[in-house]
Design a protein around this ligand. Structure first.
Ligand SMILES: Cc1ncc(COP(=O)(O)O)c(C=O)c1O
Length: 399
């Protein structure tokens, strides 16, 4: 049996009959850049993410870059983020001329530890970029609270987390917030391997601030408004109509796919827990954190019901952790099972960031995660047989 890490061909088979007419419509219109298809898709993402505005851009990387540009962040500024993320998060900061300042992650969620942020804030600090890694929101309220007190901008890197939910617990009320709707900007990626992936590159910035939305729209077209009159120096950050057409079709299926990913995660959890590997300390499973937080802390009937349907993790990746990661990965590869390491080198130890001056040991939780984490196949089209094959192979390896 072969089990790839992701099977986009299997997904395409299920939506081909919807995709082809949508593509044909774009081809017949010959309107390829921005335009009504993009506008329509932007509105859908805004609604889906509980935001007033969403601005389609060329990639998730550019979503981050244009958000920083919209705040005039540049040389002399610091932006706080995590060293345990895809390079684009910090790369966008560097491309503005600002300096990434890292804080370590929590060991259970792999997301930025809010308790470590304040000590890194200086007069140079302008923004915080929490990353919702693997499909689970960072602990946003302490971050938003601190940012509010210090006057900092919050840019959510929600590239891996479209549709993920985070509960804002107040004593009287439970507010469920969608990834991308909590900070000043929410950045999404539509890279093909994302839960909502296009047929090429694409991204989106969501916001609840109409002034910011307007500025983003101007910046994505070289800062021009009206056409050929340039208020600012922007860039070509436009989303194209073919991506918008494909993504609009896929958005209709996203909740079903997310439910399937969550079901697959629950099956892995149950199988690995009953295998004894977790109790023996041989592997650690991903923690879907926020549902438990609600169940423990808020005991009203309404919140109980809501906690059951809360999409606290949308499992862009299902990540196990083990000290024998590399050997396990080799064993699975030999059995035709696709896996990946997200990410083998934390950003502060990347060659291009050695000049930032963080020696090994600066962020022990991130460095440990980089040695131990392994992504297993979790995509919605994974069959029961394939999943059992993966579980059996992991168990065999440790037996
Ligand atoms: C956390 C994170 N941020 C940013 C990006 C950049 O997105 P894109 O590849 O669309 O530029 C990605 C994509 O992999 C990502 O995972």
């Amino acid at each position: 049996m072969r089990v790839p890490l992701l099977d986009l061909k299997a997904q395409y088979e299920t939506i081909r009959s919807e995709i082809l007419p949508a593509l044909e419509e774009v081809l017949e219109s010959q309107h390829f850049i921005l335009g009504p298809k993009v506008g329509d898709f932007e509105q859908k993402v805004a609604v889906y993410s509980n935001c007033t505005d969403a601005i389609g851009v060329s990639s998730g990387s550019d979503a981050l870059l244009i958000s920083l540009m919209a705040e005039d962040i540049g040389p002399g500024d610091d932006v706080i983020t995590t060293p345990y993320t895809f390079f684009a998060t910090a790369g966008a900061i560097s491309r503005t001329g600002a300096t990434p300042v890292f804080v370590d992650i929590q060991p259970d969620t792999y997301n930025m530890d809010p308790n470590l942020i304040e000590e890194r804030i200086t007069p140079r600090t302008r923004a915080i970029i929490p990353v919702h890694l693997y499909g689970q929101c960072a602990d946003m309220w302490p971050i938003l609270d601190l940012a509010g007190k210090k006057g900092l901008v919050v840019i959510e890197d929600a590239a891996q987390a479209i549709g993920a939910e985070y509960p804002n617990e107040t004593p009287s009320r439970l507010e469920i917030c969608r990834a991308g709707s909590m900070g000043d900007y929410g950045c999404f990626s539509f890279f093909p391997s994302k839960n909502l992936g296009g047929f090429g590159d694409g991204g989106m910035v969501a916001t609840n601030d109409s002034d910011r939305a307007e500025r983003l729209k101007i910046l994505r077209a070289h800062g021009s408004k009206p056409k050929y009159y340039h208020k600012f120096v922007g860039g070509n950050f436009r989303l194209d109509a073919i991506q918008a057409a494909v993504l609009s079709v896929k958005l209709r299926h996203l909740d079903t796919w997310t439910a399937k990913r969550r079901q697959n995660a629950a099956s892995y959890d149950a199988a690995f827990e009953s295998s004894g590997l977790v109790d023996k300390g041989l592997i650690t499973l991903p923690k879907a954190f926020w549902k438990k937080a609600i169940a423990q802390n808020i005991a009203t009937e309404n919140s109980e019901t809501r906690s059951l349907s809360l999409h606290d993790h949308i499992y862009n990746q299902y990540i196990i952790s083990t000290s024998r990661r590399d050997e396990l990965r080799g064993y699975l590869t030999d059995r035709g099972i696709g896996t990946e390491i997200y990410y083998p080198v934390p950003l502060h130890l990347q060659e291009c960031y050695l000049s930032l001056g963080y020696p090994p040991g600066s962020f022990p939780v991130s460095e440990d995660a980089a040695k131990r984490t392994l992504a297993l196949p979790i995509y919605p089209e994974l069959t029961n047989e394939q999943q059992e094959y993966v579980v059996d192979a992991v168990c065999e390896y440790f037996s």
